[in-house]
Design a binder for this molecule. Sequence first.
Ligand SMILES: Cc1cc2nc3c(=O)[nH]c(=O)nc-3n(C[C@H](O)[C@H](O)[C@H](O)COP(=O)(O)OP(=O)(O)OC[C@H]3O[C@@H](n4cnc5c(N)ncnc54)[C@H](O)[C@@H]3O)c2cc1C
Length: 532
Amino acid sequence: MGTDSADAVVIGAGINGMAAAARLAAGGWSVALVDGADDIGGFIATGERTLPGYRHDTYSSWHPLFVTGPVYAEFGEALLRHGLSYANTDGPLTASVADDGAVALAHRDVEETVAGFEHAEDRDAYRAMIAGFFAHAEQIGGLLGTELHSTAAWKPLFGLVRGGRPVVEGYVRDAATSGRSWMRGRFRGPETDHLWAPWLLHAGLAPDAASGGLMVPIFAATMHAAGLPVVVGGAGNFTAAWRGLLDELGVTIHTGRTVERILLRDGTAAGVAGDGWSLAANRAVIASVTPTALYGSLLPAGSVPSPVSEQAAAYRPGRAAAQLHVALSGPVPWRDARLAAVPLVHLSDGSASTGIACAEAEAGLVPRRPTVVVGQQHVLDPSRVPAGAAALWLQLQELPFAPVGDAAGALDTAQGWDEKLAAGLADRVLGRLEAQAPGLRELVLGVDVITPPDLLSRNPNALAGDPYGGSAELDQNFLWRPLAAAPKHATPVARLWHIGASTHPGPGLGGASGHLVAGTLLKPTMRSRLRR
Ligand SMILES: Cc1cc2nc3c(=O)[nH]c(=O)nc-3n(C[C@H](O)[C@H](O)[C@H](O)COP(=O)(O)OP(=O)(O)OC[C@H]3O[C@@H](n4cnc5c(N)ncnc54)[C@H](O)[C@@H]3O)c2cc1C
């Protein structure tokens, strides 16, 4: 398999692995990037999953985190040179449709958004929410992009402290508050809750989970500022651009190679091995895996202190997810015609229905009224579908991995996620959609369902079908992600680094953990400075 050693071996070619590999290679290291799957990208791919001519983003699709993150800042220009291009919205941004048909609609423009709010005080509160985020965006961004347990976190922290005790205390309270309570305390009408409570699902949270109070303003402000960019032609063109960049930088890519062991020499990471192959790592092994895999199976037993292995064994997945792709012969016949131009719509009554659906999933039930994320990427990028046609990217983020029943009492869950249950879920979802878009079913030409076990079989990091690499509840996030006993990207094993969605700053396409670790490795050490 080409070279059998490199300065760094990166396990996992998701966004964080690609970002780490690119940054190290640009800094002069030789890098091998290894992935068990047949292609790079992890949860980034495009396929004609229903019918020829319909290009569906198989998993992730929306790139606000990427375009506002450090990887795009460093490599964006190069990726554009390698064929990446984005389509985005300047107008309608996101909307929620309640079961009674009430629509809450956000535009890129904050003023246009608040113009739709019933109460004047809510308009002011919304403006204040967005302005409040931007007043400290640099510090919040700094904390989300840095090693929290390090002196590097001091600068953004001091920036917040300069605002005085109420500012810092305010953020701590927000982090301890659920999204539902945070919005209830600030808004009289339902619009903000309807709009942004379902977005908490995209952070792996629920409306009643702590830290929603921190995340709601972050989501809203980021999206008003950055929109909802999608890759022209599909997310597969993103991985193609990455492949071009990684090749140009000389990164050796090994796909179809599952790492089974991390090799140690004198207690120091020295390489990786799989079935019949191995690769030596001269300076670092960087693993984009879950702590469950890292400390539970990839490292030899006894190589880390017992609190680390014990906490890794207790690392919790979040709720499971499913992804449905639908080919339509024409645009969705929304009852509220404004929705035809909105790239991402939630079917949700806000915290009310989304909270219940999350609780049902946590109890092992397929929810009766699941929140449906309705992606209409073709609105931004018509090249993905045949002329005049449409496609839906439907996401469900409130599912049990091992269902014990159906909250509606209609679906048979006894065999787990078999074809019948998948079809039953698809029918429920299309029924919810049809209630807001009469005649929808007549337009359906094809449906593809990716169940929670399908997610896991594609990517071992999707523990129990969790798309986000582990629960993002407060005790397993921020200062304590992935583990309270090993919260940094440096691990207890010398030269072994941990990145990916399971590590700070968590899931999404920002690529910050890979970028951060590569930056740390490239920094001149005290010893190398003295040698000069
Ligand atoms: C259906 C779905 C939709 C999503 N939508 C969005 C979205 O629109 N926007 C957004 O920002 N985020 C979205 N997310 C979340 C986002 O995709 C992930 O958080 C992100 O891709 C995780 O990146 P990562 O670098 O941690 O690696 P991953 O993408 O998880 O990839 C990890 C890679 O490591 C490989 N690997 C793991 N273990 C081994 C091993 N032992 N040996 C070899 N290879 C190994 C896997 O094969 C995989 O390719 C979505 C996720 C899912 C599942």
